[in-house]
Design a protein around this ligand. Structure first.
Ligand code: SF4
Length: 75
């Protein structure tokens, strides 16, 4: 698991977050667009909204386990 200090500062506070291991592949944004977006300043994905519905939480979890670099973590 990534150390907590790798968490990108642009993530909103909360359980799900993206680390600097992101390679900007777009997959999480496709799977869970209500949770992840591209932060243009750093050209990486971040969590811009924590999931609040079962559907969004399920999508966020699917994105987390599908991320090719394990950049999506849960605290
Ligand atoms: S799936 Fe992982 S590597 Fe791809 S954009 Fe999302 S966080 Fe980055």
């Amino acid at each position: 698991m990534m150390p907590i200090e790798e968490r990108l500062a642009q993530n909103v506070a909360g359980e799900f977050y993206v680390t600097s291991a992101c390679i900007d592949c777009d997959q999480c944004r496709e799977i869970a667009p209500n949770v992840f977006r591209r932060e243009e300043d750093i050209s990486l994905s971040v969590v811009y909204a924590q999931p609040t519905t079962p559907a969004d939480r399920s999508a966020a979890e699917e994105a987390r386990v599908s991320c090719p670099t394990d950049a999506i973590q849960r605290s």
